[in-house]
Write a protein that binds this ligand. Structure first.
Ligand code: NDP
Length: 337
């Protein structure tokens, strides 16, 4: 086995949109695991919008990445060496030290993944992992979805959004409306995922497109985008409507604070609930979420699409492209065989 390995470091903190110059691919010595640790060969790693917040020095809900240090994120791989009884050599695992070919991880920070027939390992970075649980918690706990609700989800063709819409359909929504950034994504939502209606948010004011797609209004809004989408949804929510505020990606690369919704008085008049949340506070839902989703995957009722980029060298490109909308479903980077 090689005695060196490669990992991505944060080289600079961006102002506005990040560029490849903000990252550096570094070759380092491959360390041996200490007592209680394992050495994992990465097979795939995740790139996610929250990582944009980790590039900043300021407060985000996840800790800032350190300059000149390896970046972190979700990854799956195979255990090559183990100094823990709990995690045998050959185990397939999920852990939080992505962005590198090999990771030395405390065994306590590793989840040993079950061998599930027909379930690729990368699904633990998407549909069965953090994005899937985000969709589940936001829709069912925060927005208190129930059968018959009309649902609108922004960022609907992405990892989280595509699952929100499908979960709502599978649990008996009266309508599922989504917004996305290209005509191909819009077609995918209505033709393959069973959304009732979808629109490209570039085609005109979101308020107008949403009114055409959901003329009778909505009961639930799941927001991945913020800004204009949030204002439009507040305007469309019916009496006692509920919104789960999951993200606001339209503002992640802006240098000025994005404008807030100008129609907040409707929250009072319509007695709306707007609830922000972080998935890490809802891990108690993981067993019920994984059981339901594994069942829907087995029965073929749930579509779990991935956009796969090959090679650690292209991980930064994958991350930057994901922020610009190159992905449909979950963006993952395959690192090794
Ligand atoms: P996605 O797979 O949805 O990828 C990001 C997508 O954002 C892109 O594909 C792009 O799609 C869209 N996008 C980029 N810029 C804009 C813009 N200006 N306006 C509208 N859409 C834009 O990512 P995830 O599913 O992983 O994450 C979705 C959201 O959920 C993010 O806001 C993320 O921060 C949040 N999140 C929050 C969590 C929590 O605990 N609260 C946990 C996980 C995710 P398009 O082509 O449609 O523009």
């Amino acid at each position: 086995m090689s005695t060196t390995t490669r990992e991505w470091h944060l080289a600079a903190r961006p102002h506005g949109e990040p560029t490849p110059a903000d990252f550096r691919l570094v070759e380092t010595e491959l360390a041996d695991p200490a007592d209680g640790q394992v050495l994992v060969r990465t097979t795939a790693m995740s790139v996610d919008p929250y990582m944009r917040g980790r590039m900043n020095a300021g407060r985000s809900y996840a800790a800032a990445w350190e300059l000149g240090e390896p970046m972190q994120g979700g990854a799956v791989g195979e255990v090559l060496q183990s100094r823990s009884d709990r995690v045998p050599v050959g185990s397939r695992v999920l852990h939080g030290l992505g962005w590198r070919e090999h990771a030395v991880v405390d065994a306590s920070q590793v989840v040993v993944l079950p061998e599930l027939e027909g379930i690729p390992l990368t699904y633990h970075l998407g549909v069965l992992g953090m994005p899937g649980l985000t969709a589940w918690a936001g829709l069912f706990r925060l927005a208190e979805f129930h059968e018959g609700d009309a649902v609108f989800v922004s960022g609907a063709a992405g990892a989280v959004g595509s699952l929100v819409g499908q979960f709502a359909r599978l649990r008996g929504a009266s309508a599922v409306v989504g917004s996305a950034g290209t005509p191909e994504k819009v077609r995918w939502l209505t033709e393959e995922l069973g959304f009732t209606a979808a629109f490209d948010y570039h085609d005109g004011p979101v308020r107008t497109s949403l009114a055409a797609a959901a003329p009778d209004g909505i009961d639930v809004f799941f927001d991945n985008v913020g800004g204009e989408h949030l204002e439009a949804a507040i305007g469309a929510l019916r009496l006692h409507g509920r919104a789960a505020l999951c993200g606001a990606i339209s503002g992640y690369n802006t240098t000025e604070a994005p404008p807030g919704p100008r129609n907040m008085m409707l929250v009072v008049g319509q007695q709306l609930s707007l609830r922000g949340f972080i998935v890490g506070s809802h891990t108690d839902l993981r067993p019920e979420f994984q059981e339901a989703v594994a069942g829907w995957l087995r029965s073929g009722e749930l579509v779990a699409r991935e956009t796969v980029v090959e090679g650690l060298d292209h991980a930064v490109t994958a991350f930057l492209d994901m922020l610009r909308g190159a992905n449909t479903g979950k963006m993952v980077v395959r690192v090794g065989g």
